[in-house]
Design a protein around this ligand. Structure first.
Ligand code: CP
Ligand code: NVA
Length: 300
């Protein structure tokens, strides 16, 4: 049995297999071919943070695969009132076939997975957001870019961390520009550097965007950072992906953002709503890659 908590436990071959399966399932879905890959299987979904895309894509995804989903908000389950994570994991995993968890500290999902009898999928933690990166990769491939040079500008948050480790595993060149003090996680950076030499960490957005094929940003104020909002907005001054910065990318550059986006802060309206922005295809691809991932995990 395998969990999907981060790219740590996944090889390039695993990632390619998941993407291939996702592409096939997407094709079948778009052609109206309904194959119940996960007939009668039940997905439990625990959300300790808000969500639009993750909830809808997992819930629709499991239905489309012939299964059913149970939405569990931490406001409603006993874990939110202090029931141990280990007890919760043992109980829920004795009743469902697959569990998705969105939570704060990454250690929580690790503890959950250690106590779960069924595969656990990370639907975002403070440390990483790997399902999003699978959708990003599918979108990059669909844009005709095979061996991307990737630039990430902004907060060295969960998105930056997952993108970094993913790029290292895949052998893609990646440049990350953050203000001082907002660099990606040090442990993930050092792990990524052990795998790949094509990693550039900088404080200069211009430097990393120059010649990049895929330019990515994310909110400056992630869920859990709300108390620091004013300070962050001031610290990230100069890190907006606007037309001037974006134009420094390669000729066929695309823009990605996991959403939700805050126009006028991390990205300008002209870029996110411009013709090179693939953010809505990227969001839709959450549905397809997560269906592929669920099927892949259930057949491991
Ligand atoms: N990108 C993403 O995970 O969006 P939600 O927070 O809406 O799920
Ligand atoms: N970095 C953001 C991503 C939201 C999908 C957050 O953690 O809030």
């Amino acid at each position: 049995m395998k969990h999907f908590l981060s790219f740590d436990e996944f090889s390039k071959e695993d990632i390619l297999e998941i993407i291939e399966l996702s592409k096939q399932i997407k094709r079948e879905y778009l052609e109206g071919v309904k194959i119940p890959y996960l007939d009668k299987k039940i997905l439990g979904m625990i959300f300790e943070k808000s969500s639009t895309r993750t909830r809808v894509s997992f819930e629709s995804g499991i239905f489309q695969l012939g299964g059913d989903g149970i939405f569990l908000s931490s406001r409603d389950i006993q874990m939110g009132r202090g029931e141990p994570i280990s007890d919760t994991a043992k109980v829920i995993s004795s009743m469902v076939d697959l569990i998705m968890v969105r939570t704060f500290e990454h250690e929580k999902i690790e503890e959950f997975a250690r106590n779960s009898k069924t595969p656990v999928i990370n639907g975002l933690t403070d440390l990483c957001h790997p399902v999003q990166i699978l959708a990003d990769y599918m979108t990059i491939l669909e844009s005709g870019i095979e061996n991307p040079k990737i630039a990430y500008v902004g907060d060295g948050n969960n998105m930056a961390n997952s993108l970094l480790l993913f790029s290292a595993k895949m052998g893609f060149e990646i440049g990350i520009a953050t203000p001082k003090g907002y660099e990606p996680d040090a442990e993930i950076l050092s792990k990524s550097r052990e795998i790949s030499e094509k990693i550039y960490i900088s404080n200069s957005p211009d430097e990393v965007v120059s010649g990049a094929d895929v330019i990515i940003t994310d909110t400056w104020v992630s869920m859990g950072d709300e108390a620091e909002k004013e300070k962050r907005i001031s610290d990230f001054n100069g890190y907006i992906v606007d037309e001037k910065l974006f134009s420094k990318g390669s000729e066929n550059r695309i823009f990605l953002h996991c959403l939700p986006a805050y126009r006028g802060y991390e990205v300008s309206e002209a870029v996110i709503d411009g013709s090179r922005s693939k953010v809505f295809k990227e969001a839709e691809n959450r549905l397809h890659v997560q269906k592929g991932l669920m099927v892949w995990l259930m057949t491991k």
